[in-house]
Design a binder for this molecule. Structure first.
Ligand SMILES: NC(=O)c1ccc[n+]([C@@H]2O[C@H](COP(=O)([O-])OP(=O)(O)OC[C@H]3O[C@@H](n4cnc5c(N)ncnc54)[C@H](O)[C@@H]3O)[C@@H](O)[C@H]2O)c1
Length: 393
């Protein structure tokens, strides 16, 4: 355990949507003294961001973050193509790493024809396996740890469901989930070489991670060994290309805007997971677990805490009710305290306690590694148009 008086010294890298959620979360950590030392980002508004979230310093250079001996942990809320290099450099500089999803992906090699989304998915799978092995090797060599930002795992509704599932001793037999949006405002997401894929690696990764986590927790709580995923089948598509889309922000170049995955776990449990940039109206984020004696239905965005109706948008044009809503007029089931309900406060709280107490997080390298592999296997399945059987003993 760390000396209880020493603060955990944090550097946040990235100040987009994810960076802002993390910055808010650091302000709400309790029981751990957190020092917000540096924020690093490229936007003009960096000084204002640093002031708003109480960072002592700001910089536009990642090298400055690495050179700061006081930093204990570097929080990467940067685009996916930067994760691998940044996390390896941070660990080699003696820092633990918090990394947003996805851990990593395939971002192209010099010989690839452009756009790289058409590269063979077997090549992508092999290359990503190598990248994950590199990260693992550096973790081992440096003794540094990785905390994986899968906020769905930390959503209070899901954690409460897991707690009750353990208490009841239920066996999960089926999981169904939707992670649906109408695109992303982040500029990089349309290019495979920046994002490592489309909605599968960007959004479907949330239910995928949550299903893997849930099955592991369920089996371990019943004293059984988690046997992993035995088969995966995936269908990916680019649906919106060529369709008039006034209300959808997606403009994929070589990435998919719709994906559906079926997982079969070692014990036969099925998970059906769907994601798309095709969900006009507002975001849909549901995760349902059907057990042998119970049902758990988790909702991570809309809920019934605040039901609204506005006859028109006058005065509330810029109000935020729920992510990616088309209009503020009409009926809304507003999200209240999104940072809490969607798990962002929970993940940062857990990571800070882990550093203070030297314990493992709910979402760490093991989960990130398994899910990164499954994402690549899903792309491979979609390309091959067949179910991929995993050779497990
Ligand atoms: N968990 C979630 O709900 C969630 C939601 C959105 C994004 N994300 C993840 O968060 C990450 C960032 O996504 P985003 O949507 O916030 O992206 P974004 O494009 O809005 O923000 C990226 C940030 O990284 C900074 N950056 C880029 N290159 C940099 C460099 N070389 N040095 C320093 N800073 C640099 C940019 O200045 C920007 O502030 C991605 O991995 C994404 O998958 C997670």
């Amino acid at each position: 355990m760390r000396e209880s008086k020493k603060a955990v010294c944090v550097a946040l890298v990235g100040m987009g949507w994810a960076g802002e959620m993390h910055a808010k979360a650091y302000n709400h950590v309790y029981g751990v003294d957190v020092r917000r030392k540096i924020v690093c980002g490229l936007e003009k508004s960096l000084p204002e961001f640093a002031g708003r979230y109480c960072f002592e310093e700001y910089t536009r250079s990642f090298d400055d973050v690495l050179a700061d001996d006081e930093i204990d942990v570097v929080d990467l809320a940067t685009p996916p193509f930067l994760h691998r290099e940044m996390m390896i450099r941070a660990m080699r500089a003696g820092k633990d790493v918090i990394c947003e999803k996805p851990l990593t992906g395939y971002f192209g090699e010099p010989e690839d024809a452009k756009p790289i989304g058409r590269v063979s998915k077997k090549k992508m799978l092999d290359s990503v396996r190598e990248a994950v092995n590199d990260i693992e090797a550096v973790m081992r060599e440096t003794g540094r740890r990785l905390f994986y930002c899968e906020n769905w795992v930390y959503a209070p509704a899901f954690q409460r469901a897991c707690e009750l599932m353990r208490q009841k001793g239920s066996t999960i037999v089926q999981m169904d989930s939707i992670a649906g949006h109408k695109g992303s405002p982040a500029a990089y997401v349309k290019y495979w070489e920046k994002s490592g894929g489309g909605v599968l690696s960007r959004n479907l990764i949330h239910p995928l991670s949550t299903a893997v986590y849930a099955k592991r927790v369920e089996m371990e709580s019943r004293g059984l060994k988690y046997g992993g995923v035995w088969s995966i089948s995936c269908d990916c598509a680019q649906i919106m290309k060529g369709i008039e889309n006034r209300y959808i922000e997606a403009d994929p170049m070589d990435t998919e805007d719709w994906a559906h995955v079926v997982l079969t776990f070692a014990d036969g449990t099925k998970a059906t997971l769907t994601s798309g940039d095709t969900f006009v109206g507002e975001s849909v984020t549901t995760f349902d677990m059907y057990g042998n004696d119970a049902v758990f239905k988790c909702r991570f965005s809309q809920c019934d805490m605040l039901d609204l109706y506005f006859a028109d948008e006058r005065g509330i044009e810029n109000a935020y009710f729920v992510e990616k809503s088309d209009s503020n007029a009409g009926h809304h089931r507003a999200i209240v305290s999104e940072e809490i309900i969607r798990g962002y406060y929970g993940e940062i709280q857990d990571f800070m306690e882990c550093i203070r107490d030297d314990r493992e997080p709910l979402a760490g390298f093991e989960l990130a590694k398994e899910v990164t592999e499954l994402v690549q296997l899903a792309y491979f399945s979609a390309e091959q148009n067949r179910t991929i059987l995993l050779n497990r003993k």
